[in-house]
Ligand binder design. Sequence first.
Ligand code: MTE
Ligand code: MO
Length: 158
Amino acid sequence: MGRPRTESVAGAVAPAEVALTGDLARPARLTVPDLPAWPQHRVRFDCATSGVQHHRFEGPLLHDVLSAVGPLFDPDRRKDRLRFLIAVTGADGHRALLSWAEIDPDFGRAPVLLAAGIDDTSLERCGPQLVLPQDRCGARYVSGVNTIRVDGRYGPWA
Ligand SMILES: Nc1nc2c(c(=O)[nH]1)N[C@H]1C(S)=C(S)[C@@H](COP(=O)(O)O)O[C@H]1N2
Ligand SMILES: [Mo]
């Protein structure tokens, strides 16, 4: 997989940025060093082309990162969250969609991470990787994440 690098004019490698966009009160740009430390998750997944892989990832919960930027839910209606999608895109255009409810502690509670490190190596230069310990297959482990769009256009319901 390609490792996107951002060269500064001085030739030093700048940290990759992630745009948090969409239906948010506080859209933001993050770098891997902005992600707070979090307990490591050891995961195993199976790729159709390269077989079983074992990795240790560390990083914050995606739910915590996105909650901090204020998805535009109705705060008084828990079920208003059910209409939000999360589109996670890598620098190569690979994209996976999650529902907000999938990662919400009141609903699916999936412990999805926005990993800042893999196997003790920082992802500062290539960008964070989405980690879904509940997935058997690796296809949603989007690497080099550069955009996360929260999308609440599906509703509200009457
Ligand atoms: N950005 C990006 N992330 C990606 C992919 C990709 O093509 N682009 N492939 C996925 C697949 S199919 C797998 S199995 C895992 C691990 O793939 P790797 O061994 O090529 O890193 O990364 C996932 N993340
Ligand atoms: Mo894969």
